[in-house]
Design a protein around this ligand. Structure first.
Ligand code: SF4
Ligand code: SF4
Length: 331
């Protein structure tokens, strides 16, 4: 009997993890492949593709299983399972691209299955949601093991005991204090994932579109020169946050600018006003959360407690964002 529930034309079962650097998708993919190879006796392959920066940019991690020969190392375009490690990716990456009509997509979110299905415009297949970030914050771990738990729940042929052995082997030598919390995180992802299957309507199945890079070796400017000035204005670093944000309380602020000096991404917004003696002075107005990656260095250096760490809740950053007023040179 086959150990794989379904296979593509080449005999492979394929999983693609869509993530942001720093969330641990590469390690999750590695552990997933190991669990399939060591636990089920499958042949497996795993590799990842990264952006130009290690943290904060999109990452894809690929896992391929086979009962026969496995000599392919191309990116996975038509996966049976997709794991999305951060909802913020929806803004920039077509995360569901290529998912097979009866495939499964698992999203780290606090939203419902129906909301995610609508946002991704999925016609069919199984949609699963798990609040992996909340689990990771509560267990003081990372979202990757919670996502693995959810993946193992929907991919029933994978053996949860095998991945627990891999988690133990991965952490016990260097970080033995993280073994139990990661096993618990895995169990919570496994138990807390919610999923629903939508029947494939043959008329409504989305066409597969091969994704092409906008800039490649044929189309990039000579020398790799960046031709649009001030393009970092468009950056959205919110995807790098892992559940926490700095909160600003103007009443406690003495405008010392320590936070501005410590912040690596120029998040602090200032305005010129008159001080009590009528002299012009710069006053801190707030934080532009579009550029805040949640490193919390600003909280560490604030001498008065005007900046504190809070759990990020849905919509908080949008509601309290104080936007920079940038002007591009060409405007
Ligand atoms: S947490 Fe603070 S220092 Fe870090 S990016 Fe956000 S505003 Fe800047
Ligand atoms: S470090 Fe604290 S007190 Fe100083 S400007 Fe920033 S928020 Fe205000």
């Amino acid at each position: 009997m086959s150990k794989l529930p379904i296979k593509n034309d080449l005999g492979f079962f394929e999983i693609r993890l869509e993530s942001i650097g720093g969330l641990g998708a590469h390690l999750a993919g590695k552990m997933l492949a190991e669990a399939g190879v060591l636990g089920l006796g499958l042949n497996g392959a795993h590799f990842s593709s990264y952006g130009s920066e290690k943290k904060g940019t999109p990452v894809k991690s690929f896992v391929r299983f086979s009962e026969g020969e496995l000599r392919i190392s191309s990116p996975i375009e038509r996966p049976h399972i997709i794991g999305v490690f951060h909802e913020a990716l929806f803004k920039t990456v077509d995360v569901a691209n290529g998912l097979l009509p009866d495939g499964v997509i698992i999203v780290n979110t606090s939203k419902s299955v129906d909301e995610i299905r609508e946002e991704l415009n999925l016609k069919s297949g199984t949609v699963a949601v798990v609040d992996a970030l909340n689990i990771a914050v509560e267990e003081k771990t990372r979202v990757n093991t919670a996502m693995l738990g959810a993946i193992f729940r929907v991919a029933e042929f994978l053996n949860p005991e095998a991945i627990k052995n891999v988690i133990r082997a991965t952490f016990e030598e260097k970080y033995p204090h993280l073994v139990d919390s990661n096993i618990k995180t895995f169990d919570r992802g496994y138990n807390e994932v919610v999923f629903k299957t939508f029947e494939a309507d043959q008329n409504a199945v989305s066409e597969f579109v091969r994704q092409k890079s906008a800039v490649g070796y044929e189309t990039q400017p000579i020398g790799g020169v960046i031709t649009n000035p001030g393009n970092t204005i468009l950056k959205d670093l919110s995807g790098s946050r892992q559940g926490f944000l700095p909160e600003y309380n103007a009443d406690k602020c003495i405008n010392c600018a320590n936070c501005d000096i410590a912040c690596p991404d120029l998040c602090f917004v200032w305005e010129e006003k008159e001080d009590k003696k009528g002299r012009p002075q710069m006053f801190l107005k707030g934080i532009d959360y579009q550029y805040c990656k949640g490193c919390l260095k600003c909280v560490d250096v604030c001498p008065t407690g005007a900046l504190t760490t809070i759990r990020e809740t849905d919509g908080y950053a949008d509601e309290h964002r104080v936007p920079h007023k940038f002007k591009l040179a060409s405007n």
